[in-house]
Design a protein around this ligand. Structure first.
Ligand code: LLP
Length: 438
């Protein structure tokens, strides 16, 4: 069986000839202008590699798509919280969407100014986290329950800090995605029921230190059709109108995140076009309201801007089934195990002669059957010692990594043009044991 040419992810990840590393007849996948083979040699594997040009391009597509409307792109830190990536985005003017004190601490570390463009979401905010956000002076709290509103009011009064809040209302909109990452239905733990929102705004505005400032929604993640976004914005627009009629000064609409990316080999439409369609879906219903729109994209900005580079340790055949055992595991990239997620896997070096393909399972070394990256996948034949790149792992990759099986979490490298920088070192045995006592 002949192999098809593996997919690429321009502008970040493309095959180029690299005469220094391999024979001239071969192509090596590069991140921007830097060969992944060279990076694997220098920093070892498994290794996350990010492309700054891809991150910039996707952030700017968002900016372009929404340029007709007052807005702030609040990058969702949970997707990839590496400090260098946060700093890159902050320098481009991004705000941030955070869900914990830890994430806020990261923002404060890279830029005090960015804190003022930060929204705080999440169903379980702790008093200490609320205090930190109040004293840092964030833009807005997205409140998810009456109890949280009470706690926010108490902490704000205690610290004598005014807090702007939005109620995260649950629009009960169905969006096609994996059940674990769908959030906008009434049976989910997120937000408050639509009909209860008005009462919460009344309660909120009765507290001296609280000020109703916005309406927020988030209907789920990895949503590739824009219809559900439009539907939820229609509901938001009518809520904004009725709240204003009730004398609440609603200036912000936080549309949440959730715009999906194409994990399959090749995209049917480009990201610029999808971003434009998304912008139309959101802006249509909000027209004439004169609100400041907040967006919380995570995956759509960093997902295709990262790959996980891994080395083949062994090939093994069990009862006719061909396994490729690699040095990365579910501890480095959990998405296939947790969501049965699909990620393209491509050889880092593409020999002109190596065009044969075979059906394989790509698995990691962890002692779980669920430790896999692909089942029954048609791949170019790879040998022991060869490098593979798992694509579209810039979002929800490293952030979900763990030390299960006492494995050390991988290193991360950020490439910008011809420059590459280690932005997180590989964990060592010393790091692994450091928090423990005997
Ligand atoms: N805003 C809120 C309130 C969210 O809950 C999320 C994601 C986002 C923004 C960013 O969503 P994005 O634009 O990245 O889709 N671990 C899963 C994804 C979980 C998403 C959780 N919330 C995965 O690997 O697919």
């Amino acid at each position: 069986m002949k192999a098809e040419r593996p997919p690429e992810r321009p502008p970040g990840f493309t095959y180029r000839s690299d005469k220094r590393i391999v024979r001239a007849s071969q192509f090596t996948m590069h991140a921007d202008d830097v060969s992944l083979a060279m990076l694997a040699e220098r920093y070892g594997t498994p290794l996350y590699v990010y492309s700054a040009s891809a991150i910039r391009e996707r952030y700017q597509e968002f900016e372009r798509a929404f340029q007709g409307c007052e807005h702030t792109v609040c990058y969702s830190v949970k997707a990839n919280s590496n400090l260098s990536i946060l700093r890159l985005l902050s320098r481009m003017g991004a705000g941030f969407d955070i869900v914990s004190g830890g994430e806020l601490h990261r923002i404060a570390e890279i830029s005090r100014k960015s804190a003022a463009k930060t929204v705080f979401s999440g169903v379980g905010k702790l008093a200490g986290e609320i205090d930190l956000a109040l004293s840092t002076g964030i833009l807005m709290f997205n409140v998810e329950s009456a109890s949280e509103l009470d706690l926010l009011a108490a902490r704000a009064a205690h610290l004598r800090k005014r807090a702007r809040f939005a109620v995260r209302a649950n629009p009960d909109v169905t969006a096609e995605t994996h059940p674990y990452i769908s959030t906008g239905l009434h049976e989910h733990k997120f937000g408050v029921p639509w009909r209860d929102a008005g009462e919460l705004y009344r309660l909120g505005d009765s507290f001296p230190y609280l000020k109703a400032a916005g309406v927020s929604v988030h209907i789920g993640s990895q949503i590739t059709e824009v219809g559900p976004f439009r539907e939820s914005m229609e509901r938001v627009a009518s809520l904004v109108r009725s709240l204003r009629a009730d004398h609440h000064d609603i200036r912000y609409v936080d549309a949440g995140g959730g715009l999906g990316i194409v994990y399959e080999p090749n995209a049917a439409i480009g990201f610029a076009k999808l971003a434009r369609q998304y912008a139309q879906a959101l802006l249509g219903p909000l027209k004439s309201l004169g609100v400041h729109l907040l967006l919380e994209p995570g995956r759509a900005i960093v997902g295709p801007a990262g790959v996980l580079v891994t080395r083949v340790i062994y090939r093994k055949r069990n009862e006719g089934k061909q396994f490729v055992v690699v040095d990365a595991a579910m501890t480095d990239l959990l998405r296939p195990s947790l969501y049965d997620a699909y990620h393209e896997i491509v050889p880092v070096v593409l020999g002109a002669d190596s065009s044969a393909a075979e059906k394989v399972d790509v698995v990691g070394p962890v002692c779980e059957t669920g430790d896999f990256f692909a089942h029954g996948r048609q791949l170019r034949v790879v040998g022991e010692g060869d490098l593979l790149a798992i694509l579209d792992t810039g979002a929800y990759g490293m952030v979900l990594a763990s030390n299960y099986n006492s494995r050390m979490r991988p290193a991360e490298v950020l490439v910008d043009g011809a420059r590459s920088r280690l932005v997180r070192k590989r964990e060592s045995l010393r790091d692994l044991l450091a928090p423990e006592r005997i």
